[in-house]
Design a protein around this ligand. Structure first.
Ligand SMILES: *[C@@H]1O[C@H](CO)[C@@H](O)[C@H](O)[C@H]1NC(C)=O
Ligand SMILES: [Fe+2]
Length: 243
């Protein structure tokens, strides 16, 4: 009887997600040579939202590739070697390689941080971020609906962002390839605190052509506590998050 209880108890425990296993963000002042950020959780932590297979190819192959190509580019450009990743992104309008590789490195850093296991995600943001969202949208649902709408309209590979623009308002933007709103490519810069990767490598192994299913699962897996922290500490002060 007692043994049966312990068996059921421990099996139950092993199925539960350990939400506290996600590491807390620590600001970085890294410069060249950059290394791939440490993933803040185990590679199966985001399941069932994103499978271990997706994380393996997305993080160990794609993200790692951007970091390596960024370092190769910087090796040849000594004048840029003292700049942080955020500073390189802010210079990227003048360098095609920075748009690809400093963007690819920075964008994925933000993406990994803003995700969590769906069982660990609270349903919506609170505090300053919630109040600010309500200044532009009637509800948090209306905000995520407009983000979803922007995501549905991305053609080809790109990203959708929530960022703070130069007037201090929250804006939803999409960008192509690995461009991000810090780069001022086609508009004034905007400081991102939430990102969704809409490249096929982000979802195809698991969701195939059903992008909407990926988007729905994404909204259920946002780590709003971390997003609130990024908004309050950095973006709302027009500071890029130091990754
Ligand atoms: C800033 O964001 C607000 C709210 O999304 C938008 O109405 C406004 O046009 C944006 N301003 C600039 C300068 O981009
Ligand atoms: Fe990606």
């Amino acid at each position: 009887m007692k043994l049966a209880f312990y068996i059921i108890f421990f099996c139950g425990l092993s199925l539960a997600v350990d939400c506290s296993s996600k590491s807390s963000y620590v600001a970085s002042d890294s410069v060249y040579p950059f290394s791939l950020m440490t993933l803040p959780y185990d590679q199966d932590f985001l399941e069932p939202f994103l499978s271990e297979d997706i994380i393996n190819s997305h993080y160990n192959h794609h993200h790692q590739g951007y970091v390596e190509k960024l370092n190769s580019f910087l090796e040849e450009n000594e004048d840029l070697q003292t700049l942080t990743l955020a500073e390189l992104n802010q210079l990227a309008a003048s360098y095609d390689s920075l748009q690809k590789f400093a963007g690819g490195t920075y964008n994925h850093n933000l993406y990994w941080w803003v995700l969590t296991n769906p069982e660990c995600a609270k349903s919506s943001p609170e505090g300053d971020l919630e109040s600010k969202i309500l200044e532009t949208w009637n509800s948090v649902d209306a905000f995520t609906d407009s983000m979803n709408e922007e995501m549905s309209q991305v053609f080809g590979s790109g990203w959708v962002w929530a960022c703070v623009n130069m007037t201090g308002q929250i804006e939803i933007r999409s960008t192509k390839n690995q461009i991000n709103p810090l780069m001022q490519i086609d508009s004034e810069s905007c400081y991102p605190f939430l990102a969704c990767d809409i490249w096929e490598h982000a979802f195809y192994l698991q969701y195939n052509w059903d992008r909407q299913e990926y988007f729905d699962a994404y909204f259920d897996s946002i780590d709003w506590e971390t997003v609130e922290f990024f908004y309050e500490s950095y973006s709302s002060n027009l500071i890029s998050i130091p990754f």
